[in-house]
Design a protein around this ligand. Structure first.
Ligand code: C2E
Ligand code: CA
Ligand code: CA
Ligand code: CA
Length: 278
């Protein structure tokens, strides 16, 4: 009788579970995830190819859903960005990142951490102030933090963004233009905003070594970045050929599977410690 009871209990439990899962929209799941702090940082090293040491890393969010399923950003970031929930996710992510990197004595290195923000977040000075406060309270120096702003989404108010970027700059925090060339107006952003560096999107890196006649687009972005005196980071570098081409073109800060995938903290700790010992 006991076993039958457990069996039916389990069936009912599974049905209720299924029912609840269907009822809860992605929205409320994310809200719950924020409360439970299920959003965790993965770290992808950015290499200075000139001397083969780590320049820094990019923080890429993963959702450790119900503590058993690892969900990649493509499945929830677009919704989070459009609904504004990205603000709460970034909050959780930044807090974890600062704690984890402090535990590595990150401040004793010169490495830079890059955090992804959407334009909307950058226009919200209150939100940015909160991030800056979190950074100042941590052991990590603001000089070791950078924000990446994607141009896949547009700013609604460039003047507002310019003020916030100047404020960040005054605090020592650099702002990088992410996915440069793929979206809304790199040129106008660079014209209006005090951006220090440019991340060359994988889309352009992909054209290296494919005899793609569009390689000239990559070359033009690089020429532009040089003229503008901006630091350049190439993302999505997968092969030696791509890495060599970029280095020859003067782009020596590189990120991609050729060097390392995004790593969970335990793996990244080893990576960082090995790099520091160089
Ligand atoms: P992204 O900012 O362009 O980041 C680079 C993406 O390319 C990452 O995907 C990374 O894992 C992947 N990647 C890096 N190197 C290589 C490579 O050599 N080959 C290939 N095929 N892929 C490579 P991921 O981690 O899945 O993130 C996807 C996107 O989600 C990011 O693109 C970014 O736009 C967004 N995202 C991730 N974390 C955050 C976050 O905390 N906040 C916001 N707003 N967006 C985020
Ligand atoms: Ca990025
Ligand atoms: Ca990018
Ligand atoms: Ca990209």
């Amino acid at each position: 009788l006991f076993i039958v009871g457990v069996f039916f209990g389990l069936i009912i439990f599974l049905f209720i579970n299924l029912y609840i899962k269907r009822q809860l929209s992605l929205h409320s799941l994310i809200v719950k995830g924020v409360i439970r702090k299920e959003f965790i940082p993965y770290y992808q090293p950015i290499i200075n190819v000139k001397n083969n040491t780590m320049y820094g890393c990019e923080v890429l969010v993963r959702w450790w859903f119900n503590k058993k399923e690892l969900i990649s950003p493509d499945d929830f970031i677009p919704y989070a960005e459009n609904s504004g929930l990205i603000i709460d996710i970034t909050d959780v992510l930044l807090e974890k990142t600062l704690t984890q990197l402090s535990s590595l004595n990150w401040q004793k290195s010169t490495a830079v951490i890059s955090i992804n923000l959407v334009p909307e977040q950058l226009e919200n000075k209150q939100q940015i102030r909160k991030f800056v406060d979190m950074i100042i309270k941590s052991s990590i120096s603001p000089k070791q933090i950078a924000f990446e702003i994607t141009e896949r989404m547009s700013f609604t108010d460039l003047d507002k963004a310019a003020i916030v970027i100047d404020y960040l700059k005054a605090q020592g925090i650099n702002v990088k233009l992410d996915d440069a060339g793929t979206g809304y107006g790199s040129f106008s952003y660079i014209q209006h905003l005090n951006l220090q560096s440019l991340k060359i999107d994988k889309m352009f890196v992909d054209t290296i070594g494919t005899y793609d006649h569009k390689l000239f687009v990559l070359d033009s972005i690089i020429a532009f970045g040089k003229k503008a005196g901006m630091e350049m980071i190439a993302e999505g570098v997968e092969t030696k050929q791509q890495s060599d081409y970029l280095l020859q073109s003067g782009v020596y800060l590189q990120q991609g599977f050729y060097f390392s995938e995004p790593l969970k903290f335990e793996q990244f700790r080893h990576y960082f410690q090995r790099d520091q010992a160089k």
